[in-house]
Design a protein around this ligand. Sequence first.
Ligand SMILES: [Zn+2]
Ligand SMILES: [Zn+2]
Length: 316
Amino acid sequence: MKNFVSSILKVSSVLFLSLLAACNTSKPVEPCEVHSFGRWHRTETEHFRKCKRCGYEERSLHDNGEELVCRTCADFKVLALGYLEGGDPAHSDFFKEANEWFPLQAKENGFIYDYSTDFGKLNDDDLAEYDVVMFMNNYPGNKAQQEAFQRYMENGGCWMGWHVSAFTTEATSWNWYFNEFLGSGNFKSNTRNPTPEILKVETHDHFATANLPQQIHSSHNEWYSWSNDLRANKDITVLLSLDPSTFPVGDRVGEIWQTYVDVPVAWANNNYNMIYMNMGHNLMDYNDFEKESRTFSSEEENEFILESLIGLVDYR
Ligand SMILES: [Zn+2]
Ligand SMILES: [Zn+2]
């Protein structure tokens, strides 16, 4: 009898508690004045996000109704700048290849990739639209554009620079960019022809390299060395370098680095949200300008590129 009474009491208290809980959840939640939204979520046709405080939901069709990632629901926006015609065809060919590869990554990873040959976009208004700027194969020569870019970086903008975007033999022509921001100073020498090499992963204590093995296999590239000692710069973290085992580097007589030299290939300046990577010179047949290699052909290097881009935004 005693047991029966206590079990009745137990059941009823459970019932009472569950009723109470039901009452609580059905109680209408006051919508908060300023919603706290997380990221947009996406389906093929629409995007939606929910306020973390009050549960209010925003839901609508993508801007153009077709793309999985539209300008509204994109997690971040990238502007790639450089030239597509003229100059070294190995450099413009890389930019063209990037304009095919990045949109695929953008769709998969939820960002917008815009590209332009107009460095005039380096002004405060246009730059405010973008989370990341990339210099694909060139840099601005115009003073107003250089200053707008410096302001953008000093105010927390993100940047990824490729191969020839660090090339200069007159570093003092834009001292902030070449000596302070990049830290590399002048171009010193290069190998030819473009060759794939083994790159040493210098640290795993960085978002760009955290998931990489000790070494990665690069795609074809023309390798550069620099006048400044990047290792001696306390603001610079070297991420990738030519591995000692990969020498000799290059395959054209007279333009081969026969024995090991320390050559940083990718690095970050810790005072800015930036990563420079010396990648982006495709092997070309200069007689018919046929592409003979692709920059985005190494899975490991692609992982480094993507982790760099997404990490710059996530950790800015
Ligand atoms: Zn709310
Ligand atoms: Zn959308």
